[in-house]
Design a protein around this ligand. Sequence first.
Ligand code: KG4
Ligand code: ZN
Length: 347
Amino acid sequence: MHLWTILGIETSCDETAASVVRGAPLGPGQILSNVVFSQLEEHRPYGGVVPEIAARAHVELLDEIVVRALAEAGVPLGEIDAVAATAGPGLIGGVMVGLLTAKALALAAGKPLIAVNHLEGHGFSARLSDGVGFPYLLLLVSGGHCQLLGVEGPGRFKLYGTTIDDAAGEAFDKTAKLLGLPYPGGPRIEILAREGDPSRYILPRPMKGRTGADFSFSGLKTAVRQVTLAGPVDTADLAASFQAAVVDILRDRAKAAMMMFRRDFPGAETAAFVVAGGVAANGAIRAALAGLAAHEGFGFAVPPIPLCTDNAAMIAWAGIERAALNLFDPLDAPARARWPLYAAEVL
Ligand code: KG4
Ligand code: ZN
């Protein structure tokens, strides 16, 4: 079996990252280096990611980070098999910086380019860490995305549910802002929720019990706002009540998607339920979903936290999945602000 060695580059949001990964499907892969620079401090004063600042920071940082990733891996550019970079979806300025750098490296080194969908990167990260076999059910929960998908391979996804408004991570971040917590709010809410009473405030569970597996979080955020406007609140109790509502929604929607997955893949009795994306770092969410998976007869996998939040190892790994199928891209591959995963094969 050929082991691929691929350089991955990630610049679609506020992490500037490069990584070298070696391996072959179905994984696990060997992470030779995984350099991530988080631009948190650059964006913190604004309470969110400022696209222009992010793009400029990627320009300033990326060369050095690529050099470090190759050096830490002990693999010179000439010895890699391909360069993989996030080509979307994401903040277009940043995506262009990473993709253009990857094109220049590929051209200079005479190596093929792989234009990776960032969501596919998150989606395959459990194969990089745990060698999870296709097909599996994926809950992708991040700051920009909240989707339930059946995953069969590169570019082969069945969409079971998506959010009709905010992503789960966005709901965490907006709620944190309402509670006066600094950005990014997800981890802060989790810490605060540990000391709070989750039954103190009665909050809605939008879409719970509905046909299909779609999500909605904006009503929950609005309900939190109304509580904060009504008078002084116990922040820990409100954080705990909010998190309990999110857990409840995710569990209900994931259970609905499990039924859909069973219908589509009746033979996949030992299939896994994979949770990926930044929100998978949340311990309460992980525990609830692990319990659901066990109850419904699914395996369960969550990549380690550094592979859940934005990183380039998952992009390099998606490159390995694609390279193994001979799926390379031309040097004029476009950067895309929007690039839905479930339509990846038709775009
Ligand atoms: O995947 P990610 O790093 O970036 C993208 O959106 O692609 O996800 C970041 C999101 C943010 O909304 C952040 O608040 C959320 O993940 N997050 C968490 C936790 N850690 C990160 N949400 C809840 N609990 C956490 N512990
Ligand atoms: Zn992400």
